[in-house]
Design a protein around this ligand. Structure first.
Ligand code: MN
Length: 240
């Protein structure tokens, strides 16, 4: 193969999404990772892979977004087709998820949970929530400090892989956690509610930088929380 032929082949493979996108994009659209007709798409990251440094490292972000989340999304799209699931609303799928194959529960959760996770983080973030969310945390959960303690505990004590959540349940904020890729929308969830905020405590979310020190990762995570976005999620949840 001469140079020109090689470049042409590479360009064709790249356009087909087979070679280039998973490594080369930074803050680009998730749709590049999926076939155009796929129902479920990764949200844009909205910031560069290294934007959350030093709290969350660039390599973890690149693999987490470009490999893990990408795979959940791809698998979900394949599974809904294979199982003739016509429903396009992932929330409605979750509400009946116990009646569907386990792969849809696992990959559907992985698809949705990570889309939420990316948006509740941002560079130059952290601090404390203000406005209605800040007030609701104080009135429903005691204080911001108490919430931070309870949420960190839910995240650190979740055995194995899973997520900790802040959800709105009967118009009140509640802290909970789920195993694997389950989430509080699912009919199988112990505590059901509308998710407004979450942390991923799978080892793939922190192991490269923090190894076994999950508590250090959770501590660092507070520095990248996008409270503005979490506040918007809270407002939306009030109207669900
Ligand atoms: Mn993850």
């Amino acid at each position: 193969m001469n140079k020109r032929t090689f470049l042409k082949s590479a360009a064709i493979l790249g356009a087909g999404g087979l070679v280039l996108p998973q490594i080369s994009f930074a803050g680009s659209t998730g749709s590049e990772l999926s076939a155009a007709d796929d129902t479920f798409k990764q949200n844009e990251l909205g910031y560069a892979f290294n934007a959350l440094e030093p709290h969350i490292d660039a390599t973890t972000m690149e693999i987490h977004y470009g490999k893990h989340h990408s795979a959940y999304t791809k698998n979900l799209n394949s599974l809904v087709k294979e199982n003739n699931v016509a429903e396009k609303d992932i929330i409605k799928i979750f509400k009946n998820v116990s009646k569907l194959p386990a792969g849809i529960r696992n990959n559907g959760g992985g698809f949705y949970n990570h889309n939420l996770f990316w948006e509740v983080m941002a560079p130059n973030a952290g601090g404390e929530p203000s406005g209605d969310l800040g007030k609701a945390i104080t009135s429903d959960l005691g204080s911001f400090a108490k919430f931070k303690e309870d949420f960190s505990k839910a995240a650190s004590t979740r055995f194995g892989s899973g997520w900790a959540w802040l959800v709105l349940k009967d118009k009140k904020l509640v802290v909970t956690s789920t195993p694997n890729q389950d989430n509080p929308w699912m009919d199988i969830a112990e505590v059901k509610g509308v998710p407004v905020f979450a942390i991923d405590v799978w080892e793939h979310a922190y192991y490269l930088k923090y190894q076994n020190r999950r508590a250090d990762y959770i501590g660092a995570f507070w520095n990248v929380v996008n409270w503005k976005k979490v506040g918007e999620n809270y407002q939306k949840a009030l109207s669900v």
